[in-house]
Design a protein around this ligand. Sequence first.
Ligand code: NAD
Length: 484
Amino acid sequence: MKFQPKASHFIDGEYVEDTAGAPIDVVYPATGEIIARLHSATPAIVDRALAAAKDAQKAWEAMTGTERGRVLRRAADIMRDRNHELSVIETHDTGKPIQETTVADATSGADALEYFGGLAPSLTGEHIPLAGGDFAYTIREALGVCVGIGAWNYPTQIACWKGAPALACGNTMVFKPSETTPLSALKVAEILVEAGAPKGVYNVVQGYGDVGAALVTDPRVAKVSLTGSVPTGRKVYAAAAGGMKHVTMELGGKSPMIVFDDADVENAVSGAILGNFYSSGQVCSNGTRVFVQEGIKEAFLTRLAERLAKARIGDPMDPEVSFGPVVSQGQMEIVKGYIAKAVAEGARLVFGGRQLDRAGFYLEPTVFADVTDDMTIAREEIFGPVMSVLDFASEEEVMARANATEFGLAAGVFTRDLSRAHRVVRGFEAGTCYINTYNLAPVEAPFGGSKMSGIGRENSKLAINHYSELKTVYVSMNDVEAPY
Ligand code: NAD
């Protein structure tokens, strides 16, 4: 099999196999064929990975930030050099068009490695002057062994968004990719070793939810960072609480995108396309509830349909193809179920809606108009190429409706009115907001959700606080006064 890795797991600097674990078939979403077979980690493999991470941690933390940063920056360079090879793997793992993976996956992983590699030398505590010449200082320390658990939509990026800040702070990591897309994290591990990471610093174990659960509850683990759905997040957060572990939760969403009458129609349509159909709609922060003000509705829907007709659907390895399959048969069935429900509940299908008559898991980009707030497709995360267009009249009304959800990952507004744009984002109950654009997530800016969409932030300097903690040292310059 063309994409068969040397072994399922990467532990202590080398590939490790244990065929006693349940099989994991890697399926190419464009054809349905099996391109690799891996095995879920047995308890022995989980133990070996955590032991390797634990053994490696103190020495890794003892290196200077400059030395750790150099390893991460070298890894970033290697990833960029191998972008094509990594993009081909990512496309086969996820089904995302090579046109996308070439610019959004290994490249954004490399950005994270470079950014946190650059920050590593400057991670310090501070000096705090106190009364009578006393002072305190803080020491920024690593948390220890961190566990990363990934979703299947951005496997390389997630492996790096978690690994880079963790390693920059002197932690070691055991990363478990999604069982649906297990291939690219192994490459990240390989590259880190090649870049000079000591063995055991970054380990990868494969597995289903039970392997994730075993990692989360192990007493050797200090922190868990999950990218996944809200139901999984609830379970992982609760399990981590038992051991008072640090957590970062990057979870699902049902984000609003509001298009006011005065918006630039082309930009709003572009934002809606990016925020609903990039990666075949399998992006957590997607603006899947598109509220369009009455005066612009027809122009918006007309241009949207014209632009969607230009999507090139097909073989994701063809560089001209801009829209690929969804990740799996199971996910396709879920999305088809939502499309059927939307029709049954009275939404108006204005584009797409069908499965393509070809091998693989292909759905058309699909748009429903006249969607109302109570319809299932307006309330639940679909995680597929289905856009809901909802009508609205006033700003006050749309803000109340936009926020009437348990999710709070992202939100966007399209308008030419500067004051309104800022007022609207101030009113959004969401962690990541956009004005006149959608779905950009540069490593320099914090990314994450509020409400049920998550805890903590990834990327930016803020991520450092989620992968380190401060020790406070009080230093007396005076005699100690005691009452007796
Ligand atoms: P999922 O929740 O089914 O699985 C996520 C990961 O958790 C997988 O690796 C899975 O094996 C593991 N897992 C499952 N049960 C577990 C348990 N009990 N303990 C520990 N680990 C467990 O999510 P998915 O279907 O892989 O991904 C889609 C979801 O991820 C969507 O809801 C999407 O919005 C979300 N997502 C969020 C972000 C973000 O940054 N906020 C990014 C991408 C995806």
